[in-house]
Design a protein around this ligand. Structure first.
Ligand code: SF4
Ligand code: SF4
Length: 194
């Protein structure tokens, strides 16, 4: 399969997203009710996804990520129906986590892009919206570093240029997000570059 992200582009993505999203350890917010470990790092429930080139790049720099075999029928179905440029992987878990080894997905959570029908990235919104169980996303916007928001929006714009499939995916996701918010009468919490 022809590579779609060059190593230079990957390095740029990592540089953009390695800016701190917040200035404290949010794992302390959710760990107490999740057996002492951050809930978004649970490899059993959240299947971490890396782009193929990202997975190979980490592999060439030492052992950290490894392919994740489907462990449940639901995960198998999810993998079977997903794009073939993803690699479903697992990490050593929070006790062995290294900041530089986190995936692009790890560095974005708990955000996803908010994208217009024309593909314009207007900002970031919480993954799962009002259904999110992440306590961080309930914090006021002032807790989140503006530079991170700006960089993350830039990351999405550049990623969409490489992966039109991702753009389409998030246009649909945003559409669903808007419909759900309208139905429930909820105001969308949009994080933008002010
Ligand atoms: S992002 Fe949310 S779920 Fe993940 S460690 Fe922080 S508070 Fe917990
Ligand atoms: S690499 Fe680190 S941040 Fe990412 S899922 Fe694993 S433990 Fe969590």
């Amino acid at each position: 399969m022809k590579p779609r992200i060059t190593e230079n582009q990957l390095r740029r993505f990592y540089k953009l997203l390695s800016v701190k999203m917040i200035d404290f350890d949010c794992g302390k917010l959710c760990s107490p009710r999740n057996g002492g470990s951050p809930s978004c790092c649970n490899n059993e429930d959240c299947v971490p996804i890396l782009f193929r080139e990202e997975f190979d790049w980490h592999g060439s720099n030492g052992k950290f990520w490894e392919r994740m075999p489907p462990i449940t029928k639901e995960i198998k179905k999810f993998i079977d129906e997903s794009e073939d440029y993803y690699v479903f992987s697992r990490c050593p878990g929070p006790s062995g986590c290294k900041r530089t080894k986190r995936s692009l997905n790890c560095m974005q959570y708990p955000f996803q892009p908010y994208v217009t029908k024309k593909g314009e990235v207007l900002g970031l919104v919480p993954v799962d919206g009002e259904r999110s169980e992440c306590p961080l996303i309930k914090k006021p916007k002032r807790y989140f570093n503006q530079e991170y928001i700006v960089n993350s929006m830039q990351f999405w714009k550049e990623l969409f240029a490489l992966y039109p499939e991702e753009e389409e995916l998030y246009i649909n996701e945003t559409n669903n997000y808007e419909r759900r918010a309208k139905r429930k009468g909820i105001r969308i919490k949009l994080f933008t570059a002010d």
